[in-house]
Design a protein around this ligand. Structure first.
Ligand code: NDP
Length: 254
């Protein structure tokens, strides 16, 4: 028995055209699953699908704005129309606006909470009715080190990512009897478009991360590959409601 095979599984990855999302999608695809890349940007979606296909992974793209409930429901409907089922949902789409708390407009604040947290509720709810038909399901929610720590220039981001952990525990608790496992992954500092901007906005961040991280380096998106396969596979069937740091030790260094 291959504990980690995802053969015949169908996996939907929001933000699958970005750094971490694409790496997770590719890892899940390499383990055998069909992949749906979901993001707003059509060109980035198509490029990611082409790259997956070049790696012999069956993949399609769906345009979605996770801030829009109808768009999320349509996305899940399209997955079901095409593949007849869904096995794995990776709630990965995320964003940030860096400002001091008193500088946020309510619109900016709400857009971050909606993209990073409310979208997870919407997409998970839309998948739930299909998971229960299958009598199984896997949800992976992407949190952050800011699920654990506050951020002077990221209060909305930290609030959303803290909420990700509590939402994960609540869904896990409620849906465990339906054989649906819900877990959160808390990446450390990973080199992606999102953090390229952070390094421009926050002087000294690049070096501070290296100094605090016991592994003494920034992460790369492929550092998330193993956890993506593990939490998607039957190897993790008795693991639910957790929040697992993938951070080179950043969060355990006092
Ligand atoms: P990227 O900027 O590379 O990826 C972000 C992804 O989110 C893109 O694919 C983007 O696609 C998608 N996205 C953003 N807003 C929306 C929206 N409204 N609707 C649909 N898709 C959307 O950054 P990362 O790969 O770094 O980020 C991925 C996740 O990892 C985020 O949740 C982030 O918070 C989290 N994270 C990242 C860390 C890091 O160090 N990089 C650390 C901890 C957590 P498109 O533009 O096409 O919509």
């Amino acid at each position: 028995m291959d504990l980690f095979s995802l053969d015949k599984k169908v996996a939907l990855v929001t933000g699958g055209n970005g750094g971490i999302g694409y790496a997770m999608a590719k890892a899940i695809g390499d383990a055998g699953a069909d992949i749906i890349i979901a993001g707003r940007n059509k060109d980035k979606n198509n490029l990611s699908v082409d790259n997956l296909k070049n790696n012999n992974i069956n993949a399609i793209a769906i345009e979605v704005d996770v801030n829009d409930e109808l768009s999320c429901k349509n996305m899940v409907d399209q997955v079901i129309n095409k593949f007849k089922k869904i096995d794995i949902l990776v709630n990965n789409a995320g964003t940030n606006i860096r400002k001091r708390p008193e500088e946020y407009s309510l619109k900016e604040w709400t857009s971050i909470i909606n993209t990073n947290l409310v979208s997870m509720f919407i997409c998970s709810k839309a998948c739930y009715k299909h998971f229960i038909k299958n009598e199984s399901g896997k949800i992976i929610n992407i949190g952050s080190m800011h699920s654990l720590f506050g951020a002077p220039l990221g209060s909305a981001y930290s609030a959303s990512k803290g909420g990700v952990v509590q939402l994960t525990k609540s869904l896990a608790n409620t849906w465990a009897l339906n054989n649906i496992q819900v877990n959160a992954v808390l990446p450390g500092y990973i080199d992606t478009e999102l953090t390229k901007q952070a390094r421009l906005d926050i002087p000294g961040l690049e070096q501070r991360v290296i100094e605090r991280t016991p592994a003494s380096r920034w992460g790369v998106p492929d550092d998330l590959a193993g956890i993506a396969v593990f939490l998607s596979s039957k190897a993790s069937n008795y693991i639910t409601g957790t929040a697992i740091p993938v951070d080179g030790g950043y969060s355990i260094n006092g």
